[in-house]
Design a protein around this ligand. Structure first.
Ligand SMILES: Cc1cc2nc3c(=O)[nH]c(=O)nc-3n(C[C@H](O)[C@H](O)[C@H](O)COP(=O)(O)OP(=O)(O)OC[C@H]3O[C@@H](n4cnc5c(N)ncnc54)[C@H](O)[C@@H]3O)c2cc1C
Length: 88
């Protein structure tokens, strides 16, 4: 079993709790690209969950909403990193 199989997904079993970091399950392990890419994956999972059930996010505090907005920005930045990594 590869180490990737044991790594945690960005989406956790805990509601509204997401993970980002190079140690999470993603394709650029142990690197800055991996750290950024994991942020993109986490942001995508937040956006997917929001689209599926916006009401679940209405009860979140102001900092959590700010984090969701930051997540959208990270997604945009990570797409730039992803494109430049794949062209190397
Ligand atoms: C010596 C060295 C050289 C490297 N060189 C390269 C390189 O050339 N290119 C490359 O792509 N990658 C390199 N890496 C790997 C790269 O640094 C990591 O992959 C990247 O920094 C991971 O980012 P991260 O945000 O996932 O975690 P981190 O950068 O480790 O950030 C985690 C943060 O969480 C904080 N933290 C931990 N526990 C807690 C807690 N309980 N409460 C609050 N805060 C906490 C830590 O202090 C840290 O600031 C190198 C790593 C090392 C060690």
């Amino acid at each position: 079993m590869s180490s990737c199989a044991r790594r945690p997904s960005q989406k956790t079993p805990i509601s509204n709790f997401y993970l980002a970091g190079d140690y999470t399950k993603q394709k650029y392990l142990a690197s800055m690209e991996g750290a950024v890419y994991s942020g993109k994956l986490a942001a995508e999972k937040i956006i997917d969950d929001y689209a599926a059930n916006p009401a679940a996010f209405k009860s979140l505090s102001q900092p959590a909403l700010a984090a969701a907005s930051l997540a959208a920005s990270v997604t945009a930045a990570a797409e730039i990193v992803d494109k430049s990594s794949s062209s190397l």
